[in-house]
Write a protein that binds this ligand. Structure first.
Ligand code: UT7
Length: 336
């Protein structure tokens, strides 16, 4: 029997309605539309508004869209993995909340915390369950409500992040489509440059931590930028070399959307021209675990069966990696 690979058979995405523009940010912090566009490429991002709404509310429409497009019931899902750093609650996992909300009664679920690389970590993990032969339908969602941990008085972070999520369904394939190879890495020393100071077991929430604004993203942008540029590009290159792929073999680069300058550095390093680079950072900003599946969602109609996709990400941890996918269906035949 041929080897089982984990093919992506459907894609879903969701961004909330509220649009936070650069012009609105100009009124909140000392910044300009021009600075934000030049330094990051971002024009606007989406924000999930409403009392009691969390990351699971970003995941539910994603999961339901995937089920609708694939023509399956949520009860057919075996496993749901949610990549997020903004879970509804510290516990239980957001995946558990989502399976309950969508009626995925036969699924088990868990979360993966790998910041902006979360979707790639979750995808690779989900693929192992499919390859084992024991699971037939694994849903992988990357979603973050970044507005819940962003300080809207800090101009160095509030301009970058937005809320949103996307996901895919993985199913067994014996014709060689799906996830072919990944390189995933982490280096904990990078936590110094990108983290949240309080709210974990080391420094639980107190009045003082709230007063000191320690429950927000802390980032030393320049340092993160430096590591992101080299590591994302190296990971993509290494996956290409290991699989004998040249730039011409790549139909699409699917990069994490953190900064258009990081994306440009990565695509230039592996020689993939701009027209083959998925990009939606100008509309959504950095949605952390949501960026890569949101790219797939936006570009699905252009994807053809057999296309080679190279996904690459870098984020807090540090975490980073790249994944090589052979696309399994013609995207233009799928309705939204
Ligand atoms: O996805 C998770 C991983 N995260 C990333 O990959 C993010 C990586 N880092 C970045 O994308 C960039 O470092 C930022 C977008 C965060 C910052 O861009 P930068 O070009 O690295 O700016 P900088 O931090 O070097 O700051 C340059 C100047 C500084 O002023 P001085 O010291 O030169 O006078 C900043 O104070 O720009 C100033 N600045 C701003 N000015 C206007 C910083 N933020 C802003 C702002 N508006 N929002």
């Amino acid at each position: 029997m041929n080897k089982i690979t984990a093919a992506i058979t459907a894609v879903g995405g969701y961004v909330p309605d509220y649009v936070l523009t650069n012009q609105e940010l100009e009124k909140l912090v000392d910044t300009t539309n021009d600075w934000i566009i030049t330094r990051t490429g971002i024009s606007e991002r989406r924000i999930l508004k409403g009392e009691g709404k969390g990351t699971s509310d970003l995941c539910v429409p994603v999961a339901l869209e995937i089920c609708r497009k694939r023509g399956i019931s949520p009860e057919e899902i075996d496993l749901l993995i949610v990549a997020t750093v903004t879970p509804d609650m510290t516990f239980p996992s957001t995946a558990n909340v989502v399976t309950d909300k969508i009626g995925a009664k036969n699924a088990f679920g868990f979360d993966i915390s790998a910041a902006c690389s979360g979707f790639l970590y979750a995808l690779d993990t989900g693929a192992r369950f499919i390859e084992s032969g024991r699971y037939k339908k694994v849903m992988v969602i990357g979603a973050d409500k970044m507005s819940s941990i962003i300080d809207y008085t800090d101009r160095t972070t509030c301009i970058i992040f937005g809320d949103g999520g996307g996901g895919v369904l993985l199913e067994p394939n014996t014709e060689g489509y799906g996830l072919i190879d990944s390189i995933l890495k982490s280096d904990g020393h990078g936590r110094e440059y990108l983290h949240m100071k309080a709210g974990g077991s080391v420094k639980p929430a107190t009045l003082e931590t709230v007063t000191n604004r320690e429950h927000y993203v802390y980032q030393e942008g320049k340092m993160v930028f430096k590591y992101a540029v080299s590591n994302m590009a190296d990971a993509a290159k290494d996956v290409m070399v290991r699989n004998n792929l040249t730039a011409d073999d790549i139909a699409w680069l699917v990069p994490h959307q953190a900064n258009k300058r990081i994306i440009a550095a990565t695509s230039q390093y592996i020689n993939v021209p701009d027209e083959k680079v998925m990009m939606n950072i100008h509309r959504y900003g950095n949605t952390t675990a949501g960026t890569i599946p949101l790219c797939l969602w936006d570009y699905e109609k252009y994807l053809k069966k057999g296309d080679n996709l190279m996904m690459a990400a870098f984020g807090g941890g540090f975490t980073w990696g790249a994944s090589y996918i052979k696309w399994a269906y013609d995207g233009d035949k799928v309705g939204k």
